[in-house]
Design a binder for this molecule. Structure first.
Ligand SMILES: NC(=O)c1ccc[n+]([C@@H]2O[C@H](COP(=O)([O-])OP(=O)(O)OC[C@H]3O[C@@H](n4cnc5c(N)ncnc54)[C@H](O)[C@@H]3O)[C@@H](O)[C@H]2O)c1
Length: 222
């Protein structure tokens, strides 16, 4: 297997709930260095930088102006993905963004156009489709290994986000909710179909409870 020796410098945009998992995971790739973290709430970025020994932190503009940052990993809430991805591409960065790519098909097209114009690379979660489990299952079907499938069963064994997320409002706002944030990862067919048909489950009352901490500026919910 080819050895990757080049090092690439990453800036992470968004220092919320999922940040720690990214910071831990990225450490396992010797060719990747996280050199900056940014958040609209600079205190969050500062805490994240201190906890994971990231040398620079600040607001989103500072990240985009930092020429040393080659790749932006965007883990802001879904409603901000299109705007922040386009800004990063226009600042000359490659981008990997969490799901969903954008809030609407129109916004997604704008994002793709911006990537095309910039000549930079754009990737989006979930990359689980490319992982060995799904690819092996696909191979088994494509090659006839299991014959012709006549049925399939899937189980979602996860609690709703309001049971584990410290501030779940964004998951029931624009571009989010079970259909948008779970569909791409967990139930690719059924919930994408229900999102398209407008039959997404309504947000539970508990998701409308006050946040444990005030939302930082730039963070909006419906
Ligand atoms: N693939 C997975 O398994 C998985 C799991 C959890 C979350 N996610 C995705 O990760 C993303 C983040 O989720 P989270 O739970 O960490 O959210 P979160 O709300 O806990 O954190 C988001 C952070 O982004 C900051 N932010 C908001 N707008 C910003 C902007 N314009 N620029 C910079 N920072 C901004 C907020 O201040 C906050 O600190 C979402 O897109 C979510 O769908 C994916």
């Amino acid at each position: 297997m080819a050895q990757h020796t080049a090092r690439h410098r990453i800036g992470i945009l968004g220092a919320g709930n999922i940040f720690g998992r990214y910071a831990e995971g990225l450490r396992t790739f010797p060719e990747l260095d996280v050199i900056r973290v940014a958040d609209v709430d600079p205190a969050r970025a500062e805490r994240a930088a201190a906890e994971y020994a990231i040398p620079a932190w600040g607001g989103p503009d500072e990240l985009l102006e930092d020429d040393a940052v080659e790749i932006v990993i965007n883990i802001t809430p879904p409603a901000f993905h299109a705007k922040t991805v386009i800004a990063a591409l226009e600042a000359g960065k490659h981008v990997y963004v969490e799901k969903p790519l954008a809030a609407t098909v129109e916004e997604a097209r704008e994002v793709l156009d911006a990537a095309e114009r910039s000549g930079k690379l754009l990737g989006s979660a979930p990359d689980t489709f490319l992982g060995s489990a799904v690819q092996t299952a696909r191979h088994a079907i494509d090659t006839g290994l299991i014959g012709e499938p006549v049925g399939a069963t899937a189980f979602v064994r996860s609690s709703r986000s309001e049971t584990w997320h410290p501030d779940p409002r964004a998951f029931y706002g624009r571009a989010a909710g079970p259909c948008w944030t779970w569909a791409p990862t967990t139930w690719p067919r059924s919930s994408t179909a229900s999102a398209r048909s407008g039959r997404c489950p309504p947000p539970p009352a508990s998701a409308r409870r006050p946040a444990r901490s005030p939302a930082p500026s730039g963070w909006s919910t419906r």
